[in-house]
Ligand binder design. Structure first.
Ligand SMILES: NC(=O)c1ccc[n+]([C@@H]2O[C@H](COP(=O)([O-])OP(=O)(O)OC[C@H]3O[C@@H](n4cnc5c(N)ncnc54)[C@H](O)[C@@H]3O)[C@@H](O)[C@H]2O)c1
Length: 302
């Protein structure tokens, strides 16, 4: 397996503890400048995950988001066309934007209302791939992932569930977007994400279709209830975000289930495992320190 990443987000730790059964080659390069056709040569399937991913931060770096997420995707797709590889593109359920009681992959294009430059760039990349399939014969599929939860070496904390668990373990106020407490949002257990990619690859469904991939739709209120059952409750602090919106977003996951895919993750398990991991890190980082010093050192990352 060949992996390419420019390590822009410094996530070296994602390369730790790879399953020993695999055979890996890692290339530290930028998809925008690398010889992608050379790198993809000999591959049957290319899984395209590289992206600028922080939706809120994408407001201040629209050009970079456009370059990496749209032009980068186009470049990877062109390499697939040149080498005959099929492309599995990972997009996001944020392309929907909300506003309907429920939405699925067959919705009208006018119902796709991305709320951030990040989500808009993912939608433009999807559309570009569709054009390349029609005009240049690209074989591809698009997965629209819900927001990931669950533990991994490279997990990030600017997404809802992980961030709330972090704040709860550190006894910090839980920061919730003012409009979000009771809005539904799609979430995806990390194990389900990996299993869905394997499921779609094994069935070779590269005829240009889109698949929503999400374990459940739930609200921030539900997430906080699960967290407070296992962690001391912190106060909620309502904050504003330029990308919050007034709409709930209930996204259907039936299409993949109807093909025989089984979601196995649960919010309960994801929250418990994340809290457990963070507590273990906190206690091992602080072993040897005492009382207040220990508490302050962990909170301030010393
Ligand atoms: N995590 C989620 O909740 C979520 C939800 C929906 C979709 N997705 C999609 O899944 C994919 C993976 O997301 P993630 O959560 O692992 O995010 P991430 O930010 O951890 O991973 C993206 C990776 O892309 C790399 N990268 C960025 N620009 C690059 C470039 N020019 N060349 C090579 N590598 C580059 C970064 O270094 C990073 O390792 C992304 O495409 C994202 O849009 C993620």
């Amino acid at each position: 397996m060949v992996m390419i990443d420019n390590l822009a987000t410094q996530r070296y730790c994602s390369l730790f503890d790879l399953p020993p059964s695999g055979n890996y080659r890692f290339i530290e390069e930028d998809i925008l400048t690398a010889d992608m056709a050379h790198i993809c040569d000999g591959s049957d399937i290319v899984i395209h995950l590289a992206a600028v991913t922080d939706a809120e931060a994408s407001l201040t770096k629209k050009d970079e988001v456009e370059r990496v997420n749209v032009l980068g995707t186009e470049k990877v797709a062109r390499a697939c066309i040149q080498t005959g590889a099929a492309l599995l593109f990972v997009s996001t359920t944020s392309v929907y934007g909300g506003g309907l009681a429920e939405i699925d992959e067959s919705c009208d294009e006018s119902d796709l209302r991305p709320q951030s430059p990040y989500a808009a760039s993912k939608l433009r990349a999807e559309l570009r791939l569709r054009e390349m399939a029609q005009s240049e014969g690209l074989r591809h599929l698009t997965c629209r992932f819900g927001t990931i939860f669950g533990t991994s070496p490279g997990m990030r904390f600017h997404t809802a569930i992980n961030k709330f668990c972090w704040q709860a373990v550190n006894e910090l106020p839980i920061t919730v977007w003012r409009t979000a407490l009771d809005q539904q949002r799609p979430y995806l257990d990390l194990g389900d994400a990996v299993a869905a990619i394997a499921f779609l690859m094994n069935r070779s469904l590269f005829a240009g279709e889109v698949f929503n991939v999400l374990t459940l739709n739930t609200s921030v209120r539900d997430v906080l209830e699960k967290i407070s059952a296992h962690a001391a409750t912190s106060s909620i602090q309502f904050i504003d975000s330029p990308i919050m919106n007034l709409y709930s977003s209930h996204v259907a996951n039936r299409k993949l289930i109807n093909l025989g895919f089984e979601y196995k993750g649960t919010l309960q398990e994801g929250v418990v495992q994340t809290l457990h991991l963070l507590r273990m890190l906190a206690s091992s980082a602080m072993s040897g320190m005492k009382g207040r010093t220990r508490e302050m050192a962990w909170r301030h990352g010393q």
